[in-house]
Design a protein around this ligand. Sequence first.
Ligand code: TMP
Length: 206
Amino acid sequence: MSKGMLIAFEGIDGTGKSSQLPLLAEYLRSLGFEVLETREPTTGVFGQEIRSLFQDRQRVSRERELELFLLDRRQHVEECILPALEQGKTVLTDRYYFSTAAYQGAAGCDPADIFVRNSFAPEPDLVLLLTMSATESIARIRDLRGETLNDFEQRDQLEKVAALFASFSHGCIVRIPAARPLVEVQFSIRDAVLQLLEKKGIECAG
Ligand code: TMP
């Protein structure tokens, strides 16, 4: 049994996961927790192969794409997440297996089958699902980040991904409306985490 806590940030692209995660990490450290910040796809061999697909998704079959995400996650779980949980750390991951069910589900794989194929991965204590419409997310990717949309961020895909995220009903998911100022979103995130700590009977220094 692991001793630490696992918290995953999920949501469509542009919802602010990568800005919110370090803010939560800093907050949890101020409460005395030892925190590991991590992300998927990883920087490992499979993660690098996945990133090379962002501008050229058609290069591999949908099944191979799914396999690469599963291989990357297996390595992430075995080499990073489980050891950190064993050491009692709080692990914050930017994306986890709900992204696979939503993104590869939107690409035509069966989301229920994807969840089954992820059963090697520990269930998170909390999933912070940042919600936003595809229209808002695309505007943010284009205007705020000044980026063009990669092959995983096309509108029709993102709409399907958002619909799949909306359909998930796992007990560990807390939905956080994310089309709001960064600070307000962060306060909602902290509220959800404090409720988790209370539920688990974990005392903190704050
Ligand atoms: P990000 O680093 O900007 O979050 O980009 C990761 C991209 O990879 C994002 O478009 C979502 C996609 N993705 C999947 O399609 N399946 C997965 O399992 C994961 C973790 C990410």
